[in-house]
Design a protein around this ligand. Structure first.
Ligand SMILES: NC(=O)C1=CN([C@@H]2O[C@H](COP(=O)(O)OP(=O)(O)OC[C@H]3O[C@@H](n4cnc5c(N)ncnc54)[C@H](O)[C@@H]3O)[C@@H](O)[C@H]2O)C=CC1
Ligand SMILES: O=C([O-])CC(=O)C(=O)O
Length: 338
C-alpha cells in the first residue's frame, strides 16, 4: 500500500514537470551558482516546471554543482560553466539570477559590502548586456539598493537598458513578513501576506502591515517589535551564523519564489503581482527612481507598477525614514558606474 502510493507521488511530479517544461522554453542562468545561495537556488530552479534549461556559472565550483543538480528527475537540462566561460553561460538565456558576491559578517551593514560587490555586479551586468541584452535580470547581491542602479547604469552605458527587465529581489522581506506576522497572529503565513515597499536594508524596508487584516490588528509595542524584526531579520541570521555568512536557504527559497512569479508572467499568466525593487516613478520626483512596490509581472517583465495604497501615520513615518537613506544608496550605485 505504502509502496504503491509512494510510487505514485514520485511519478506524478516528474511527468507533470516534463510536460509543462516542453511547452515553455525558458533558459535561466544563475551567476554565483557555487555559493551559499547559488547552490540551493539552483536546486529549486531545477524543480521549477517553467525552467527548461539551467546554466550555472561561478568563478569556482559551478560544474560540480551542475553535475549534482542535473541528476534531479525533472525535465530541464543543466550545464555548469567555469570561471572563463561567462559568455557561453549567458548564451540564449531569458532570465539571469545574480547571487554572486560576498555576504555580511556580524557587525557589518549591507553597505559595507559595496566595495567588493559593486565591481562583481557591474562586470556580470556588462556580460549580460553584451551576450543576452534582452534577458530579465534578478539581482540578489547586496547592497541591493545600490547594485540594482549599478546594473541599470552599466546596461545604460551599453545602450541596452530595459527598465521592464531589471528586478532587485526583495522577496525575502515579503517572506519574513508573512512568517513573522503569522507567528504573532497565530495563523498560517498563507493568511498574512504583506506588501513590503522601499528598499532592502534596515530602515529602507517598509512593511505595510496595515494592509493585511491580521497586520492591521497589531498595534503599539507589538507593532514596533514586528516592524523591527522584519527590517532586521537579516541581522538575526548573520548573528546566528556567527561569521559563516548570512541567509542562504531562506534566500534561495525567496529567489526561486520570485523567479517563478516572473516566469509565470513571462508565460502569459495574468494577475501575477509581487513587490520588487525596480525603476519606479512613485518617488522619482524626489530623485528616487528605484523603489520596491507591488509590480504586476507580464509577458515582457514589468507590466504595471501599483501605487502604495492606503497607509497609516506610522507607516508614513517609516516611509519618511526610508526615502533619504534609499536615495543615498541609489546615488552611490549610480556614481560608481558614472
Ligand atoms: N537580496 C537579498 O534579500 C539577499 C541578498 N544576499 C546577498 O547575496 C550575496 C551572496 O550571498 P551568499 O551566497 O551567501 O555568498 P557566498 O559567498 O556563499 O556565495 C557567493 C558566490 O559568488 C561567487 N562569485 C564571486 N565573484 C563572482 C563573479 N565575479 N562571478 C560569479 N560568481 C562570483 C563566489 O565564488 C561564491 O560562490 C551576498 O552579497 C549577500 O549579501 C543574501 C541574502 C539575502
Ligand atoms: O542580511 C544580509 O546581509 C542578507 C540579506 O540581505 C538578508 O538576509 O535579508
Amino acid at each position: 500500500m505504502f509502496a504503491r502510493s509512494a510510487a505514485r507521488i514520485l511519478a506524478a511530479p516528474s511527468t507533470r514537470l516534463f510536460s509543462a517544461s516542453a511547452v515553455n522554453q525558458i533558459k535561466v542562468a544563475v551567476l554565483g551558482a557555487g555559493g551559499g545561495i547559488g547552490q540551493p537556488l539552483s536546486l529549486l530552479l531545477k524543480n521549477d516546471p517553467l525552467v527548461t534549461s539551467l546554466s550555472l556559472y561561478d568563478i569556482r565550483g559551478a560544474p560540480g554543482v551542475a553535475a549534482d543538480v542535473s541528476h534531479v528527475d525533472t525535465g530541464s537540462e543543466v550545464k555548469g560553466y567555469a570561471a572563463d566561460q561567462l559568455d557561453q553561460a549567458l548564451e540564449g538565456v531569458k532570465v539571469v539570477v545574480i547571487p554572486a558576491g560576498v555576504p555580511r559578517k556580524p557587525g557589518m551593514t549591507r553597505d559595507d559590502l559595496f566595495n567588493t560587490n559593486a565591481s562583481i555586479v557591474r562586470d556580470l551586468a556588462a556580460a549580460v548586456g553584451r551576450v543576452s541584452p534582452d534577458a530579465h535580470i534578478l539581482v540578489i547581491s547586496n547592497p541591493v539598493n545600490s547594485t540594482v542602479p549599478i546594473v541599470a547604469g552599466t546596461l545604460e552605458k551599453a545602450g541596452v537598458f530595459n527598465p521592464r527587465h531589471l528586478f532587485g529581489v526583495t522577496t525575502l522581506d515579503v517572506v519574513r513578513s508573512a512568517r513573522f506576522l503569522g507567528q504573532v497572529a497565530g495563523v498560517s503565513p498563507k493568511e498574512t501576506r504583506v506588501t513590503v515597499v522601499g528598499g532592502h536594508s534596515g530602515p529602507t524596508i517598509v512593511p505595510l502591515l496595515s494592509q493585511n487584516p491580521y497586520g492591521k490588528k497589531v498595534t503599539g509595542e507589538a507593532l514596533a517589535a514586528l516592524v523591527h524584526r522584519i527590517q532586521y531579520g537579516g541581522d538575526e541570521v548573520v548573528k546566528a551564523k556567527d561569521g559563516a555568512g548570512s541567509a542562504t536557504l531562506s534566500m534561495a527559497y525567496a529567489g526561486a519564489k520570485f523567479a517563478n512569479a516572473l516566469l509565470r508572467g513571462l508565460s502569459g499568466e495574468k494577475g501575477v503581482i509581487t513587490p520588487t525593487f525596480v525603476k519606479n516613478p512613485l518617488y522619482a520626483d524626489q530623485g528616487i527612481d528605484f523603489f520596491a512596490s507591488n509590480v504586476e509581472l507580464g509577458l515582457d517583465g514589468v507590466e504595471k507598477i501599483h501605487p502604495i495604497g492606503e497607509i497609516t501615520a506610522e507607516e508614513q513615518k517609516l516611509l519618511e525614514a526610508c526615502l533619504p537613506e534609499l536615495k543615498k544608496n541609489i546615488e552611490k550605485g549610480k556614481a560608481f558606474v558614472a
